[in-house]
Ligand binder design. Structure first.
Ligand code: ATP
Ligand code: MG
Length: 413
């Protein structure tokens, strides 16, 4: 039997209902703050990610699904959606719109990772981006909006970690300082960390090796090297979050997996999730648009994993699906009337289903009960018996009286 590829999954109707809650809450919460939905293509030129996400990142080095499009061009299934949105911002001249341009998305991403709980090869991200403003209110607002979303979905055990990465120049200088520090302690580091000193020294903070961790306790911290402007920006973001009553932990070792972040970075984790604890995170990316050949343009945004949010929202119960009317047929010659009645009911705005499996009348009533239909219309010769499933009461009506009776929520049956 052919099965879905490893690390992918089918979204069956039961889980579609929970995912719909994510979509509705995102729309509501981000919509209320003026964010509008965007959808970009599933694949993009590979260069967009190698430049935009960064050559040194895990994503670009080992997680991308890259293919030749048949015309000699290298394309990649999107591993993330910030770079595509910045591409779209430039391609559609969105810098001419009122700034910042505030966008949200809910789309699938693809990463060639070892599948496990909460880690898939095709997964969905919901995210928000504000491009064209460097005001600290933008950073704080986006963090608050993500906190509100996690809250509205009932994501449990959340924690927020926060840091600032400064500007590219501060980062470059700090990177040299950190590289020199790591070189001086080279023989106390794991092979992986050592092999990455030049490529991505910041990753040394992520190591789960004891000796490496001991070395890193004395390592210089980027947050101690921020210039006055960046330190001031970060202080303002924190003050706004404090005023909003948001609890966070300052973590100067917070390293986000993407190269393009500047200034504020943050990550929400959930204690419900075990090893894959990251629920969603984001940061400011003031250099990204320029990296993609655009004019200097500040930006900030976040992405959260739909599956991880749902795994941690253990109590979420999606609203029950409603069926107002099930149309049953007692005799074969009622089938055309039944078909017409179901169609008219839907046109009148009711949720109406028709018997489609040739069940006996008894079987049809049982089925109507199983799908929790409020009413069953049993079509007989020339008339309809309308049964209220809650009270069990039943009365005979003309076919054309059925829909008005249901719309009235007829309790006088
Ligand atoms: P992780 O540290 O778990 O690999 P990440 O830093 O790679 O996460 P981001 O690139 O920041 O994650 O993506 C944002 C969110 O997307 C994550 O917080 C997570 O919820 C979700 N996510 C990332 N990779 C996967 C995946 N392979 N499967 C499911 N969800 C994922
Ligand atoms: Mg990852």
């Amino acid at each position: 039997m052919i099965q879905a590829p490893r690390g992918t999954f089918d979204i069956l109707p039961e889980s579609a209902a929970r995912r719909k809650v994510v979509e509705e809450q995102t729309e509501k919460i981000l919509g209320a703050a003026g964010y509008r939905r965007i959808e970009t293509p599933t694949f993009e030129a590979t260069e967009l990610f190698s430049r935009g996400v960064g050559q040194a990142t895990d994503i670009v080095q080992k997680e991308m699904y890259t293919f030749d499009d048949g015309g000699g061009r290298s394309q990649t299934l999107r591993p993330e959606i910030t770079a595509p949105i910045c591409r779209a911002y430039l391609e559609h001249g969105m810098h001419k719109l009122a700034q910042p341009v505030k966008l949200w998305y809910l789309s699938s991403c693809f990463r060639a990772e070892a599948p496990q709980r909460g880690r898939y090869r095709q997964f969905w991200q919901v995210g928000a981006e504000a491009i064209g403003s460097d005001a600290p209110e933008t950073d704080a607002e986006l963090i608050v909006l993500l906190a509100d979303l996690l809250d509205a979905l009932g994501v449990k055990g959340t924690r927020l970690r926060l840091s600032s990465l400064g500007t590219p120049q501060t980062r470059a200088e700090y990177r040299e300082e950190l590289t020199a520090f790591l070189r001086a302690h080279e023989d106390e580091l794991t092979d992986t960390v050592r092999s990455r000193i030049d490529l991505n020294p910041l990753r040394a903070f992520d190591s789960d090796d004891r000796r490496t961790q001991a070395v890193m306790r004395d390592a210089p911290l980027l947050t101690d090297r921020l210039n006055d402007e960046d330190a001031g920006h970060f202080a303002q973001v924190r003050a706004l979050l404090d005023d909003a009553g948001l609890v966070y932990e300052l973590d100067p070792t917070l390293v986000r997996g993407l190269d393009y972040y500047t200034r504020t970075v943050w990550e929400f984790t959930s204690d419900e999730l075990g090893a894959q604890s990251g629920v969603g995170g984001g940061g400011r990316y003031d250099g990204l648009i320029e990296l993609l050949d655009g004019p200097p343009t500040p930006g900030v945004g976040w992405a959260a994993g739909v599956e991880r949010m749902l795994l941690a929202a253990t109590d979420m119960v999606p609203p029950a699906e409603l069926v107002d009317l099930f149309v049953a047929t007692a005799k074969p010659d009622g089938r055309r009337t039944a078909f017409e009645l179901a169609r008219d009911a839907r046109r009148a705005g009711l949720q109406a289903q028709l018997e489609l499996a040739g069940r006996s009348l008894k079987g049809q009533l049982k089925h109507a009960d199983r799908i929790r239909a409020r009413f069953v219309a049993i079509v007989e010769n020339g008339h309809v018996a309308l049964k209220d499933m809650a009270s069990g009461e039943q009365r005979e009506l003309n076919a054309r009286e059925v829909i008005p009776a249901i719309v009235r929520g007829d309790r006088s049956l």
